[in-house]
Design a protein around this ligand. Structure first.
Ligand code: PLP
Length: 411
């Protein structure tokens, strides 16, 4: 299963797909990598030409269980044969079971299911606002988030995202968002206003901007500052959640419990679903008609998410991610020693790994790895992102490291 197959290339299929894409699909992705994956199993992806790749990017931290994991395939098949969609105006068994599963394994008391990460963050932002509104403090309606954060692509989550490149074309932005540098508690203190701040929203490892973990003393002080200012702490666990960092939820590393946290990505192991979770007092602010979504929480998505979360828990994947992540980073440090000056820093938590190169050659290294059949991500000129499925095997990590060693020798 792990060995790559050799097959006859069929370029015509890929050319036809590229031509259709260029003609009919809105061009928000520019020139995509010239590959179309047709099949996936575990870490292995097979393209339309039959070439196989080890996926160390996992659909940007989505495919926690690898590709086509039997638990996910079976959940989709068996739930689809029963019922796919019905409105949340009626009771939905998989929705109730998923809520129970998430609550029993987290610091939250209640769950609201969404269709994506951005929608989970929208739900969290709305919940924080309505929480203060219902306490007769509607003036507490401002948010503080971090520079270089990423919270999604809807208008409110673009305003929450502290990166100019995502905001520029969409001005005027949704108002009420301030940004402060991560890991600078003085700056956070200055940004907070007891009369106006509704919530602080943070990632515990900033993923999209290049894998920057939060400092323990910073997040603990931020937690205290929120309490002092009667502001809620929202933790965006969309990328870090469900085992990726070596704990089921990244907040467990830091000895804090957020008032609200959000999930998506690994929640459905490839099936679109997100969630906003909150402690009881906060969750109670959402009353009848205060929020909703046609598709969110449908039986199919929730049954798949139950299978995903149960597999992550039953197979001990958070602990595995911790151990494999440590192994990965230790070995990367060895590769770094060999290629003096080519790796500046290896950082991250669990299997959320960032490699900062000493040269602006991240895209070159990513492409060399791709040519040798390994998929990783890059950020800007000098950062590589490695986000393999949590089921990655040590032997597969070794193969990637050997290809990485070869790629560094070529730059
Ligand atoms: N928050 C974080 C931390 C993310 O990494 C992402 C996506 O990369 C999002 C929010 C947005 O999630 P989605 O793309 O599912 O809307």
């Amino acid at each position: 299963m792990d060995e790559k197959k050799s097959v006859t290339p069929d370029m015509a299929v890929l050319e036809e797909i590229i031509a259709m894409d260029k003609k009919y699909y809105m061009n928000t992705f520019g020139d995509r990598t010239r590959v179309c994956f047709e099949h996936g199993e575990g870490l292995l992806l097979t393209d339309t030409e039959g070439k196989q790749y080890y996926d160390f990017f996992g659909g940007v931290a989505v495919d926690a269980l690898g590709h086509s994991h039997p638990a996910i395939v079976n959940a989709i098949k068996s739930q689809a044969e029963k019922i796919i969609h019905c409105s949340s105006l009626y009771y939905i068994e998989p929705q109730a079971r998923l809520a129970k599963l998430l609550v029993e394994n987290s610091c939250a008391d209640k769950v609201f299911i969404t269709n994506s990460g951005a929608e989970a963050n929208e739900a969290a932002l709305k919940l924080a606002k309505i929480y203060h509104y219902k306490k007769s403090k509607p003036e507490k309606c401002e948010f503080v988030t971090a520079y270089d954060s990423f919270h999604g692509r809807t208008l409110a989550t673009v305003a929450a995202t502290g990166q100019e490149k995502y905001q520029k074309p969409y001005r005027p932005l949704v108002t009420g968002f301030k940004h402060a540098p991560l890991n600078d508690i003085g700056a956070l203190k200055d940004a907070l206003d007891k009369d106006k701040t509704c919530a602080v929203m943070l990632e515990l490892v900033q993923g999209e901007s290049g894998v920057y973990p939060v400092a323990r003393d910073y997040i603990q002080s931020a937690f205290e500052l929120c309490k002092e200012n009667d502001a809620l702490l929202i933790v965006d666990e969309i990328q870090t959640g469900l085992g990726r960092t070596g704990k089921l939820f990244a907040y467990e590393h830091f000895g804090i419990e957020p008032d609200i946290f959000t999930l998506a990505k690994a929640l459905g192991s490839g099936f679109p679903i997100g969630a906003a979770l909150a402690r009881d007092e906060v969750a109670a602010a959402f009353g009848v008609g205060d929020h909703g979504s046609t598709f969110a929480g449908n039986p199919l998505a929730c049954a798949v998410a139950c299978a995903s979360v149960n597999t992550i828990l039953n197979d001990g994947l958070p602990q595995a991610a911790m151990e494999k992540g440590q192994y990965f980073r230790d070995k990367l440090a060895k590769v770094s020693e060999k290629h003096t000056g080519k790796i500046k820093e290896v950082r991250g938590l669990g299997l959320m790994i960032g490699v900062q190169l000493g040269l602006p050659k991240a895209v070159k290294v990513k492409n060399l790895l791709f040519e040798s059949g390994f998929i990783v991500g890059s950020v800007g000129a000098d950062i590589l992102r490695i986000l393999p499925p949590l089921i990655v095997e040590y032997s597969q990590i070794d193969k990637l490291l050997s290809a990485f060693d070869d790629a560094l020798a070529k730059i």
